[in-house]
Design a protein around this ligand. Structure first.
Ligand SMILES: [Zn+2]
Length: 592
């Protein structure tokens, strides 16, 4: 274990003994109860000054205990086998749930007050909470009575959530027999997914074949689940007066339908660009055509350059500093203050994430650092989230730090592009250039294009149900294949069983999670467009990106972009993102 690769969580709290932390959690609940006693049933009669005080008090309550809560969660992610960490994590979760219940009255009463007196929103006393209040007001027409809301939660618990559990249990309890290097093995789903990235092409093919063949055998179950989830959503839309199956998601993401329509038009129009990339990747892999199991596969004979922690720090700090000195210093501070846990050890959670520490105007990052180039990109990505937090925590009230998923990836993906640019500027071989470009273009292709196919499918599902079509497994499979082909054309050979690909996405079975796909597409293309603007405008662009990141959720992405001179409701904006992707693709083509 290297000391410098382990994060220092002690900065989050005054004291690290668990008794003190448990007392803090109890105190948070007591403070929330006091808040409830002071304001419940009284919001309708509040003068605007008292309203501002209440909002400040709510922010203060969360900020005061944020460090203690984070300490519990992060300690658990760092070692889920540690008994103290388990206890604290459990206690923190309970605290959050209890505080949430105590405070639930606030949005409902605020909503009522604002719909009766909408002019309050423009009052200077609550100027810093303007968009926070606007977002509450936008939800009001779709809220039901408290009793109805409670009933709906109960309905989902044993309704849709049961489908979600069933799907998850199916995936986690199945085993698959597969031959690996001459030996028969019986593997769980998680291990089978790991084989998808194998350098052995035949193994990749057989792993996919096995998994999807088995998923397809239970098509009756998946179709039944999907039908229930979709039909339930249609009923809920009627009950909540959403004009369209997408409205709920648009409100949650604080985005307009027009922006998403333009985005999707740009995607469909540029599917040929993605197909061009897929053909180049096939050439790089020495294949006449890619099969679906080659999509994210590693290129053969790639340089396996290793980076030490120190080298990674240097590359990433340099990449970000090239964009902006202040941002570069903050990135370096993340390393210097030990806010990144890159160490690999037992009990640590897999994957990577960044957790904003708003009270501390900083963040913590977790990843498993394996010294590979991919780990540098993960680090640049998570540190981009950290920079986002550095900026909005300095500029905004807590209520404006609820970053919607369309905007949440702006700092992170931009950071990856800065790293790519920096690494490309110093590489020496053609193979290295290919490795970097494929790294970013694979990600772009999946997030912007492959995910769009899932959006097309979801749209198709709702319009089919509305037309009274019955969705059995084969019908959904046909719709999925059509959606996928709108994106990939004939650039990929698909295994026949891949028509069951839709069955394995857990999100399709989650309650209140319809149309979750387009934010990934948005985020990817939004950042590519911004990066293109950076390349066009140079240093003039830097304060614009910082302004977007510092705005947090204080303005809608559409309004914020308009203020900075970009119109995300117009296709031309999204075309800029495509131009950037095209430039990377042309660069890659030039290496062949
Ligand atoms: Zn991210």
């Amino acid at each position: 274990m290297t000391e410098e690769m382990v994060w220092d969580l002690s900065q989050l709290v005054e004291r690290t003994d668990s008794a003190w932390i448990q007392r803090q959690l109890k105190l948070m609940v007591t403070e929330a109860e006091k808040f409830r006693d002071k304001y419940r049933g009284k919001i309708a009669g509040l003068e605007v000054k008292s309203l501002a005080e209440m909002l400040e008090a709510k922010d203060g309550l969360y900020l005061r205990f944020e460090g203690a809560l984070m300490y519990c969660f992060l300690m658990y992610y760092a070692d889920s086998t540690d008994a103290v960490a388990k206890q604290l994590n459990e206690a923190a979760r309970k605290t959050i749930a209890t505080v949430g219940q105590e405070m639930a009255f606030m949005d409902i009463e605020l909503g009522k007050l604002l719909s009766e007196k909408p002019s309050l929103i423009n009052s200077p006393a609550v100027a810093e909470y303007k968009h926070y209040l606007e977002r509450i007001l936008r939800r009001v027409p779709h809220m039901l009575s408290e009793t109805e809301e409670r009933l709906l939660i109960l309905k989902d618990k044993n309704g849709i959530s049961a489908w979600e559990m069933l799907q998850s249990d199916w995936l986690s309890t199945r085993t698959f027999d597969i031959e690996i290097e001459g030996e028969m093995k019986t593997l769980p789903y998680g291990k089978m997914v790991g084989l998808y990235q194998s350098p052995n092409r035949d193994l990749r093919r057989r792993a996919r074949q096995k998994v999807y063949e088995n998923l397809g055998k239970d098509k009756i179950v998946w179709a039944s689940a999907l039908r229930s989830v979709c039909e339930d959503h249609i009923q809920m839309c009627k009950l909540r007066k959403y004009p369209d199956p997408m409205t709920q998601s648009l409100i949650a993401n604080d985005i307009s339908k027009q922006a998403i329509e333009s985005l999707m038009k740009a995607i469909e129009k540029n599917a040929v660009l993605y197909q061009r990339y897929l053909r180049i990747k096939a050439k790089l892999m020495g294949l006449p055509k890619l099969a679906n199991y080659d999509l994210t596969a590693p290129l053969p004979e790639m340089p396996d350059k290793k980076y030490s922690w120190k080298e990674a720090r240097q590359e990433i700090v340099t990449a970000y500093t090239g964009f902006d000195g202040e941002i570069g210093r903050w990135i370096d501070e993340m390393f210097a203050r030990h806010h990144i846990d890159g160490d690999i050890r037992k009990g640590k959670t897999a994957g990577a994430f960044c957790s904003s520490w708003i009270a501390g105007k900083s963040a913590y990052v977790l990843q498993s650092f394996n010294n590979r180039m991919g780990d540098l990109f993960t680090q640049a990505h998570e540190l981009g989230h950290a920079i986002h937090a550095y900026l909005y925590s300095r500029a905004q009230k807590l209520g404006n730090c609820e970053i919607g998923s369309c905007i949440a990836e702006t700092g992170s993906i931009f950071g990856e592009l800065l790293l790519a640019e920096h690494l490309l500027s110093k590489i020496k071989t053609k193979k290295e250039r290919q490795a970097i470009l494929v790294q970013i273009l694979d990600e772009f292709g999946i997030a912007a294009f492959q995910v769009s196919a899932r959006f097309f499918l979801e749209k198709e599902l709702y319009s089919s149900i509305e037309q009274g079509k019955f969705l059995d497994g084969e019908t959904v499979a046909k719709m999925w294949v059509a959606a996928r082909d709108r994106i990939c054309g004939d650039a990929i050979d698909w295994l026949d069983v891949m028509k069951w690909e839709w069955t394995k996405s857990p999100h399709y079975y989650m309650a209140n999670y319809r149309f979750y796909n387009y934010p990934y597409v948005f985020a990817q293309l939004f950042v590519y467009a911004l990066y293109r603007l950076y390349k066009e405008q140079g240093k003039d662009f830097v304060p614009k990106l910082k302004r977007i990141l510092a705005a947090g959720s204080s303005e809608s992405p559409t309004k914020l972009s308009a203020e900075l001179g970009f119109d995300i409701t117009a296709e031309t904006f999204w075309e800029k993102g495509m131009k950037q992707a095209e430039q990377f693709i042309t660069m890659l083509e030039g290496t062949i």
